[in-house]
Design a protein around this ligand. Structure first.
Ligand SMILES: Cc1cc2nc3c(=O)[nH]c(=O)nc-3n(C[C@H](O)[C@H](O)[C@H](O)COP(=O)(O)OP(=O)(O)OC[C@H]3O[C@@H](n4cnc5c(N)ncnc54)[C@H](O)[C@@H]3O)c2cc1C
Length: 462
């Protein structure tokens, strides 16, 4: 087993994409499950907290330690078969391996080429395709987990939660969400989304589908925001959704993504955008190789899209154009962050269909420089606040909390996909209420009596 105490090496593991910083006494890089077991038993014996770290793309401080040991999953990196992988395998590598075999594991966080599959399970990650396919949870059949006592457990949906464990029943909002323990009676669903607080995911068994023959990307611009939103509402009708077959006559995109007027301003610096465009949609459509675009254009026309300017990426040139348009937004945001010398403050809230317009109105009222884009199909838009100085940074953080409370008041979630980690505990408590937080803490105390795993993630130590 590799045990590293050299702080120069450990320094490379002490932060994540949230820019939270921490410290650790040692870094351990186990190569297999038995080594994970040995580390956990040793930590139990000496009462040393363990933080699990994978690739540290988290935006929540979850993999950042406050002392104790850091357990890195990076050496748990074997693809054993099409449906069976180690927890440290990079998601994008696994998906490319599957694609060569004509198979698809649908969850698609934007960070898929950097993040690990075990962490995607731990955080119930998702991405644009969640409109059709849902989050990681739906694509997991079984897990191997090392418990905080150092036992190895294989769990699936038939593995009941032991009766003597405290009840954590609560009503999860009926939206895309990755916030708090799942109110479930099986251990598999409890382990999905627990953010490294109840067990270390060492092996993952997945559910796959056949890779679609073709995927068409489209960009559709609008002059009026109202037309764009009503177009989304029509595209949702009858579409295939997670756990819903959909209507055979519906057009059924697999992703519906939005970009606002401020995104368009950023794009204009890099790519050609129609003069009248004030907002737009990016769509992905799976098909067998012969897609009739007429019904799509009928919908776009009905909602007064700028139909002459639609990009439907049917050939390499159009695909390249579409790629450049899509990437102009994150590139523009990054450029702005560097120019401002201040971090962005990005939201991850979702609301039910009924709350979309109200949430968009609130986003539109934000006076600070910001960019709004993302998963409008799931009512899950990312507002990126771009403060220009430290005073605006404080304003942005305060605004973030107000917006989270608004999402909750509309029946939404304070985290649709990134998780709670260490920096959103207050928001989780606001969303679920103190009684539910206490039930989470009670469960944690039974599963992990010394609170050695993921201390400070999701809620404070009791
Ligand atoms: C540019 C960018 C884009 C992103 N896009 C998306 C997106 O589209 N959708 C999305 O959902 N997220 C997104 N994220 C967030 C992040 O990539 C995901 O949360 C991802 O799952 C984290 O993977 P990781 O390997 O980096 O894990 P880490 O950041 O190292 O860890 C994340 C959390 O999981 C725990 N953990 C890690 N591995 C295990 C394990 N094997 N067992 C138990 N606990 C574990 C850690 O303790 C920590 O709490 C994005 C991040 C960035 C920086």
């Amino acid at each position: 087993m590799e045990l590293i105490t050299n702080q120069d090496i450990i320094a490379g593991y002490l932060t994540d994409a949230s820019n939270t910083h921490g410290h650790a006494d040692a870094l351990l890089r186990p190569r297999d499950t038995q080594e994970v077991v040995a580390i956990v038993r040793m930590a139990q014996k000496y009462n040393i907290p363990i933080t699990v770290t994978a690739q540290r793309t988290s935006t929540t401080g979850g993999p950042v330690p406050n002392g104790g040991w850091l357990l890195s999953t990076e050496r748990l990196s074997t693809i054993h078969s099409d449906t069976h992988v180690d927890g440290g395998v990079i998601l994008g590598e696994y998906q490319r391996y599957l694609e060569r075999k004509g198979l698809l594991f649908p969850p698609d966080p934007t960070s898929r080429n950097e993040c690990s599959i075990g962490a995607c399970v731990a955080c119930n990650a998702s991405g644009a395709r969640s409109f059709r396919y849902g989050a990681t949870r739906l694509w997991i059949e079984r897990l191997e987990v090392v418990t905080p006592n150092g036992e190895v457990q294989i769990v699936d949906r038939n593995t009941r939660i032991p009766e003597h464990w405290p009840d954590i029943y609560w009503r999860e909002p009926n939206v895309k969400t990755s916030a708090g323990y799942s109110p479930t009676n099986n251990l598999l669903d409890l382990m999905i989304g627990q953010e490294g607080t109840l067990g270390i995911i060492t092996k993952v068994w997945t559910k796959l589908i056949t890779l679609p023959n073709e995927v068409l990307g489209m960009i559709v611009y609008f002059f009026h925001l109202e037309d764009c939103v009503s177009c989304v509402e029509e595209l949702r009708i009858g579409a295939v959704r997670p756990n819903q077959e959909g209507n055979i006559d519906a057009l059924s995109p697999r992703a519906i993504e939005f970009f606002d007027a401020r995104s368009i301003s950023l794009m204009r610096a890099r790519v050609e955008v129609p003069e009248k465009a004030t907002c737009g949609l990016f769509l992905e459509v799976e098909h067998d190789g012969d897609l009739d675009l007429d019904p799509w254009f009928d919908i776009f026309e009905r909602h007064h899209a700028l139909c002459d300017d639609i990009i439907a990426a049917e050939n390499d040139e159009e695909r390249e154009r579409l790629y450049r348009v899509r990437h102009a937004i994150p590139a523009g945001v990054n450029e702005q962050i560097i120019a401002n010398g201040m971090p962005k403050v990005g939201t991850d809230f979702s609301v039910p269909d009924s709350g979309l317009r109200a949430m968009m109105e609130v986003y539109d009222d934000v006076s600070m420089p910001s960019v709004l884009f993302g998963h409008i199909g799931d009512n899950h838009l990312h507002l990126n606040l771009l403060p220009r100085n430290s005073s605006e940074l404080e304003d942005a953080k305060a605004l973030y909390v107000q917006l989270a409370h608004k999402a909750v008041s509309l029946g939404g979630s304070v985290s649709a996909e990134h998780g709670i980690g260490k920096i959103k505990k207050g928001l989780l408590a606001h969303m679920v209420g103190q009684d539910v937080v206490h039930s989470f803490q009670a469960l944690k105390s039974v599963v992990d009596p010394n609170w050695i795993l993921g201390r400070g993630v999701l809620f404070e130590k009791k």
